[in-house]
Design a protein around this ligand. Structure first.
Ligand code: SAM
Length: 284
């Protein structure tokens, strides 16, 4: 069975009277090279557990099951369950859960399925849940090794952005604080069926074993980041001193910037993650 073969995919889905749902972002991968790259770069082997989000027709799921110790896939669409039961029938290391990744109790699920063992997250994510899904895995401090994700190119550009660019923002800092990113390959619309309107990218986010940033107060650090990037055109001094969440006097921020050797008129978006952490640690 090769589900990257479009006619084979259509044939199987047709047998189950499956109808694609646009709102669930159902564009299935039909490019063998990209599939092979995802598997190669995920470094999955017989000792690795995988949590897959949105298995669709099982194209990636089958390859994951051939390599991994255990694969647990969460699919929201109940009409895909019989399809998946059929295409995955030969795999003993596969567990399918019919649920919404945004609603399921992930803590319980991970404990039940993987115990204390590390796992990799693999997903060709629907665009409407990309950012919340990524941040959920980092903010909850789950025992993840890495996430290997197919995401919209614009989102990948924001994750991998450099300070001072228009793409650099809360998502860059939010992901870069926890993980190193690597763009694996691009996936233009013709690599999917049906074809989406936008281009995608495969990105790997490898969680730091030992975080390079040591922040005194993580909650306040992210409040600073939020204040800076929600008012990008303001100077750093104005966006922080004007924020009801930070409650820090102008004078203090100016002194901190002088201390850090930074211009008083600098905008927050010019600061890299290390500088934002230093600033936060001086404020709180
Ligand atoms: N992994 C398959 C592939 O690469 O061909 C399918 C990817 S398709 C872009 C996204 C999949 O995520 C669909 O199967 C869709 O039904 C599922 N999905 C959408 N929203 C979801 C959610 N909130 N929770 C779980 N699965 C979801």
């Amino acid at each position: 069975m090769d589900l990257t073969n479009k006619s084979e995919l259509i044939n199987i889905l047709g047998g189950f009277d499956f109808k694609f749902s646009k709102s669930l972002g159902q564009n299935f991968l039909t490019d063998r090279n990209i599939l092979d790259k995802i598997i190669e770069k995920s470094n999955i082997n017989q000792n690795v557990n995988v949590l897959e989000i949105g298995p669709g027709a099982g194209t990636l799921t089958r390859e994951l099951c051939m390599k991994a110790k255990k694969v647990v896939s969460i699919e929201i669409d109940k009409t895909l369950i019989p399809v998946l039961n059929y295409v995955m029938s030969e795999f003993q290391n596969f567990t399918l859960i019919n649920d919404d990744i945004m609603k399921i109790n992930l803590k319980n699920l991970i404990k039940e399925q993987f115990g204390n063992e590390k796992f990799v997250v693999a997903a060709n994510l629907p665009y409407y849940i990309t950012t919340p899904v990524i941040m959920t895995f980092f903010e909850n401090d789950f025992n993840i090794d890495s996430l290997i994700l197919m995401i919209q190119k614009e989102v990948a550009d924001r994750i991998a952005a450099r300070p001072g660019t228009k793409e650099y923002g809360a998502l860059t800092v939010g992901t870069g604080f926890y993980a190193k990113n690597e763009i694996i390959c691009s996936a233009p619309p013709h690599c999917f069926f049906p074809q989406p309107k936008v281009s995608s990218v495969v990105i790997k986010l490898e969680k730091y074993e030992k975080p390079p940033y040591s922040v005194n107060n993580k909650e306040m650090f992210f409040k600073i980041v939020k204040s800076i990037f929600s008012q990008r055109r303001k100077t750093l001094v104005n966006s922080l001193s004007g924020s009801p969440f930070i409650k820090c006097e102008k004078e203090k921020i100016i002194n901190i910037l002088n201390d850090m050797g930074l211009d008083e008129k600098i905008r927050g978006e010019k600061l890299d993650i290390a500088a934002l952490v230093e600033l936060s640690n001086k404020v709180f």
